[in-house]
Design a protein around this ligand. Structure first.
Ligand code: ZN
Length: 442
């Protein structure tokens, strides 16, 4: 049997993730993401819709899938591991080229539906909703285990392709969260069961592999936020965080109750991800809080609550300092809402990229000049650290490993973890770059 890993994107640096795996004459595609940082160079995400495909390839915004034109194998399906933009943002551009079904969990499917509207590109592909911890038949020869995992967005999965010689596991983005606040823990039993059989190949994310630690649970984040809120005496409290981090948004509602503050979510992307969570029955935000995604609406609300700030806990977009975000506008006094007697809590990390770093610095300086109290880095990551990787390698005991979702430094850090377990570079662990495929003869 021949297995070929075709790294379309996400193997040389983080972003525009897309992997094709050929098993003899059949190909499965996993994820079709965009490079979010490259989009931010020229404005709004929706503005990429009218750009010709060639430009999107040239600007390194979408994965260059032309590499797949040279393969004789037949593409059987597209599987999406989770709903982050660097994993699903390019689906509308690329998937229509392949007349195959898209398999994803209900939350990811809901986001895909919204993305169709945002881009104005309706998918012709059949979108098949899959439940975490199920098995799907993708062809006569190939079955796939969909394994529930934990990350920083609901319903993330790992993909296990079952061949007649053994398993091929693709982790997607993950961390082992033993106290997830929405959904279940990663299905350790299934991973161990697969490990007892025969894992031919593990393709693993390596984003945080250089950190010799264990990824912290989202429950820790909730306690961190509690601790900060308990310490505050400002009238206004504004939290900014990832809009897609639904379990964190749920925690903030619960903390709002604890501190007798009504939670108000403000911003377009807050509205989008919250709506998807409600549509898929993950959590009823509207019952417990107020959500405003339309600028006219939240302009009015901010004006109305300006004199009663102590009654509210605002959650806004703009944690990376994005120009045009709610926090950016608040810092520029675009609304009749005075922020000088407020605390701003950044419940996020700055995604390392020169544009984000510059935007954040400018925003923070503007806020400081107004006398705003800033509290930063109240955040636990959604990515596996060294100990999570130790656990996964031990559970699966794979014959071969390919780290992805990272640059050479992150892969090298991953290698030191694998090396301790006897893996050797070039023998059973392989670094591959975008567009340079690797064949395994099994
Ligand atoms: Zn992710």
């Amino acid at each position: 049997m021949e297995i070929e890993v075709i790294p379309v994107g996400g193997y040389s640096y983080i972003g525009k993730n897309m992997t094709a795996i050929r098993i003899d004459d059949e190909i499965i595609i996993i994820d079709m993401g965009i490079n979010v940082d490259n989009i931010s160079k020229f404005g709004e995400r929706e503005s990429i819709v009218n750009k010709p495909m060639k430009e999107l390839y040239d600007l390194d915004i979408i994965p260059n899938d032309k590499i797949l034109e040279n393969y004789k194998g037949e593409i059987k399906g597209i599987i999406l591991t989770h709903g982050h933009l660097d994993h699903i943002g390019a689906v509308n551009f690329l998937a229509p080229k392949y007349n195959v079904p898209i398999y994803c969990t209900p939350y990811t499917a809901e986001l895909l539906k919204m993305q169709e509207k945002e881009y104005g590109v309706i998918l012709s592909n059949d979108i098949k909703k899959i439940s975490p911890n199920s098995t799907i038949n993708i062809s006569d020869k190939l079955k796939i285990n969909i394994i529930n995992s934990t990350h920083s967005i609901p319903q993330s999965i790992m993909v296990d392709i079952i061949t007649n010689k053994g398993h091929i596991v693709h982790t997607g983005d993950f961390k082992f969260d033993n106290f997830p606040l929405i959904g279940k823990r990663t299905n350790y039993e299934k991973l161990k069961e697969i490990g007892r059989e025969n894992v031919l190949l593990l393709i693993s994310e390596s984003t945080r592999s250089e950190e010799l630690s264990k990824a912290q649970s989202e429950i820790i984040e909730k306690y961190m936020l509690y601790d900060v809120l308990k310490s505050l005496d400002t009238k206004g409290i504004i939290i900014t965080t990832f809009a897609s981090h639904i379990s964190r948004l749920k925690s903030i509602i619960e903390l709002g109750k604890e501190f007798n503050r009504k939670v108000i979510f403000i911003g377009r992307s807050m509205g989008k991800y919250i709506k998807a969570a409600e549509e898929t029955n993950l959590y009823n935000f509207s019952e417990e809080s107020e959500v405003y995604s339309d600028v006219k609406e939240y302009k009015k609300i901010l004006e109305n609550i300006n004199n009663d700030k102590e009654q509210y806990l605002l959650v806004v977009t703009g944690h990376q300092g994005e120009p045009g975000s709610v926090l950016d506008k608040l810092s520029k006094d675009s609304f009749k809402f005075d922020i000088k007697d407020s605390t701003i809590i950044f419940a996020n990390n700055v995604i390392p990229h020169p544009i984000n770093e510059a935007n954040r610095k400018i925003l923070e300086e503007r806020l400081k000049r107004k006398g705003v109290n800033i509290i930063k880095d109240i955040h636990v990551s959604g990515h596996a650290k060294a100990q999570d990787h130790n656990m996964l390698i031990k559970m699966l005991n794979p014959e071969n490993i390919v780290p992805n979702h990272g640059d050479i430094n992150k892969k090298a850090a991953y290698y030191t973890i694998a090396e301790e377990k006897g893996y050797k570079l070039g023998e059973d662990i392989f670094f591959i770059e975008d567009q340079q495929s690797k064949i395994f003869n099994i």
